[in-house]
Design a protein around this ligand. Structure first.
Ligand code: ADP
Ligand code: ASP
Ligand code: MG
Length: 466
């Protein structure tokens, strides 16, 4: 029997109407006789608000923190009450969760110290509550749902806020906890994003990590497909919020999807693809508000695309660091010294470009930058500048199309470019600009490159219908 892991993002569980749509979609899969595991995010915006409550509490504003929690409690209670007729049990459960959250917030307001570990514990409430509401809503509609605490299945190391999954333990726990439920005809429902270390202490997989949870479960159970249900028709040729005439990409490779996710396309968490690639499990990105749409299929070998690019991604909130030292730049070991500094501060570098006298690097803007600059200052002159964005064009054979760089830079000739890279990867061309220019750059590039898209790859009918 085929097994599918379905992940529903925050907007797919944001209110009673969204949860009803999600329920229908899952009921449809179950009716087809598929074994189904469901992974849900926190309701939209809840993780942000939980983290805001924590930040408020740690500043000593106990009343403010409890007020945020109280609004969240009401939102979850109202949602559950709208979905479940005999709601006493689910409302009690929601109350007990928020009572314990309030305890933590009070403690935080007294201690005035927020560690990454406590931050993860607080953030976990979103998925812990949403998954319980979804179970109650499913049961109300006759789906034989069983709640599973994700922290008993997704085992990670102890790097709070961005914990690393432990594949062997996850495989073992998934088989122990989920297979018996599936065998009994039940639909296991669990929160995404949240996990625990071997000692059972709550961790998280990093923001947007529910996609990753679904892929980990899919990999562990060797699912036939992993479905990522979200609020857009699939992976689009650009972020539709920035570029309203973006086209749906019908099919894309694992590598291309991974590049897009890594370089800022929020539609997929960057780590999602890895477990799927390892086991060659197709990933589908689908729209819970438009379930009839075919979405995007991410597979290992899609057909060749005649258009040079499939999608444009943007990663904002980056900084450029310029290291200038003519005297010793090209001497042996110099690059190593530079990278040792980034390694010491555990700071990943996105892009590098060198000249005879300087090295420019880009990193996520973060509070370690002054310390990194100070260390690099021991080696050379250092400048850094924030509010930068990386624009990344992804396609299956960029090198195969001659004159591509000229076309790209012609399309954005009105924009000042700070760094350029078209490196080892044949599927990605990227450059760095000011953050304020990013949306305009995407729209200009989209207008230049998606006039005549390959109908094998893009949903051109949707554009004609407009
Ligand atoms: P979810 O809560 O379901 O995980 P996210 O907000 O994390 O949803 O991701 C979906 C959003 O990703 C879309 O609403 C869209 O604005 C954004 N996005 C960015 N780039 C792309 C892209 N290339 N294709 C589709 N969506 C994109
Ligand atoms: N709720 C988490 C977040 O907002 C995880 C997710 O939605 O994927 O980051
Ligand atoms: Mg997401």
């Amino acid at each position: 029997m085929s097994l599918v892991v379905m992940k529903f993002g925050g907007t797919s569980v944001e209110d009673p109407a969204a949860i009803r749509r999600t329920t229908e979609i899952v009921a449809g899969r179950v009716a087809l006789g598929k074994q189904t595991v469901v992974v849900v995010s926190a309701m939209a915006k809840v993780t942000d608000l939980l983290l805001r409550a924590a930040a408020t509490a740690v500043q000593g504003d106990r009343t403010g923190a409890l007020a945020i929690s109280s609004r969240l409690r009401s939102r979850h209670r109202d949602t559950a009450a709208a979905l479940v007729k005999n709601s006493a049990a689910i409302l009690d459960l929601i109350d007990s969760k928020f009572d314990s959250l309030d305890e933590i917030l009070r403690g935080l307001a007294a201690i005035l110290e927020l560690t990454p570990r406590i931050s993860d514990l607080i953030a976990s409430y979103g998925e812990r509550v949403s998954s319980q509401i979804v179970v109650a809503a499913f049961r109300e509609q006759g789906i034989n749902a069983a709640h599973v605490d994700a922290r008993e299945v997704i085992i990670t190391d102890s790097q709070f806020q961005k914990a690393i999954p432990q594949d062997a333990a996850i495989e073992k726990r998934s088989q122990e906890k989920l297979l018996p439920l599936l065998a009994a005809g039940q639909v296991p429902v669990m929160g995404g994003f949240i996990a625990a270390n071997e000692a059972g202490i709550t961790t998280t997989l990093g923001r947007g990590g529910s996609d990753f949870t679904a892929a980990l479960i899919g990999g562990a159970l060797q699912a036939d497909s992993i479905e990522i249900w979200t609020d857009v028709d699939g992976i689009m040729s650009a972020d539709p919020r920035v570029c309203p005439d973006a086209l749906r990409v019908k099919v894309i490779s694992f590598e291309e999807a991974a590049e897009l996710a890594y370089f800022g396309a929020k539609v997929l968490h960057p780590a999602t693809i890895l477990p799927a690639v390892k086991k060659n499990i197709p990933v589908l990105v689908l729209n819970s508000r438009n379930a009839a749409c075919d979405g995007t299929r991410i597979i290992s070998l899609p057909p060749h695309c005649k258009s040079p690019f499939k999608s444009i991604a943007v990663k904002k909130k980056l900084s450029i660091i310029d290291v200038v030292a003519g005297r010793m730049l090209m001497t042996h070991g110099y690059m190593k010294e530079i990278f040792t500094v980034f390694d010491k501060h555990q700071c990943p570098v996105d892009m590098v470009s060198t000249s005879e006298v300087s090295v420019s690097l880009t990193v996520d803007s973060n509070d370690k930058l002054p310390a990194i600059a100070a260390d690099l200052g021991q080696l050379a002159d250092v400048k850094y500048e924030g509010r930068k964005a990386l624009v990344c064009l992804v396609g299956d054979d960029i090198r195969g199309h001659s004159g591509m760089a000229a076309k790209v830079f012609n399309a954005i000739r009105h924009i000042n470019i700070r760094m350029i890279s078209q490196g080892a990867s044949e599927i990605n061309m990227s450059f760095m600009i000011d953050e304020d220019d990013a949306d305009e750059a995407v729209r200009s590039l989209h207008a230049a490159f998606f006039q005549d898209p390959d109908p094998e790859i893009f949903d051109v009918d949707a554009r004609k219908a407009k």
